[in-house]
Design a protein around this ligand. Structure first.
Ligand code: MD3
Ligand code: FE
Length: 215
């Protein structure tokens, strides 16, 4: 059987996580072919790689970027950089379909006029996790962050403004888009170790890309 035809994760519904944080179920579903084509082209120029944290740990998430600025980490710290540290070349351009999707999702969530200058792509394989953190390497926090999930479903951990605040769990599925801004922009969040059935088209992986205004 083709599992996608028998799976309904609430496509078209909005699931509120907090005042200014929402999951738009299936918002990117009709564009996944285009998005995946662009990701395959992108990773030929700037391959997914495991970076080191300032503490010296290898991240289990593999990442790459597109757009004017890309998020990086090494022993010297976390920062946005206009170039890929592996090649010294600028990050690949942000594909037009990425830019449009981010802008449309932000608008649907109440943040009109969002223009991302950075897109971070994360690749998860079974066991890959992302521990609780805040996204705060951007210059300002006025703009929202938009995140698109493709492939295997993952448990997203959604906490509060302090690391010790309890975290709620939300499942993010293929084609879901999450948008958060305003008072919820600095919430702690993470992803539980990836597990579960492989995705019908992407196999044993999950791709997540987040759009931000970094500068
Ligand atoms: C944060 N990525 O790259 S994005 C990251 O699935 C990152 O790869 C995760 O955290 C991933 O920095 C999660 C999804 C997300 C959704 C809603 C949020 C992050 C959020 C609400 C508040 C704060
Ligand atoms: Fe984050």
């Amino acid at each position: 059987m083709i599992p996608d035809l028998f799976t309904n994760h609430g496509i078209g519904q909005r699931e509120s996580m907090a005042e200014q944080a929402v999951i738009l179920r299936g918002f990117a579903l009709d564009q996944t072919d285009d998005l995946l084509r662009q990701i395959f082209a992108l990773q030929a120029q700037a391959p997914f790689r495991h970076m080191l944290t300032p503490g010296g740990f290898r991240m289990s998430v593999a990442l790459t970027n597109c757009g004017a600025l890309g998020w990086t980490t090494d022993r010297r710290g976390y920062r946005y950089s206009p170039t890929d540290p592996n090649s010294g070349a600028p990050w690949p351009d942000m594909p037009e379909c990425f830019r449009q999707l981010a802008c449309q999702a932000a608008e649907a969530a109440g943040f009109a006029g969002f223009e991302a200058d950075a897109c971070l792509l994360n690749r998860y394989q079974p066991g890959t996790r992302l521990s609780l953190h805040q996204d705060r390497n951007e210059r300002g926090f006025d703009a929202p962050v938009v995140s698109v999930s493709l492939g295997m479903s993952a448990t997203f951990l959604f906490g509060g403004l302090r690391r010790s605040d309890p975290a709620r769990r939300f499942l993010l599925h293929h084609g879901d888009v999450a948008v958060w801004g305003g008072q919820d922009r600095l919430r702690y969040h993470g992803v539980a170790p990836l597990k579960g059935p492989p995705h019908p088209t992407l196999g044993e992986q999950r791709l997540n890309f987040t759009f931000r205004r970094a500068d």
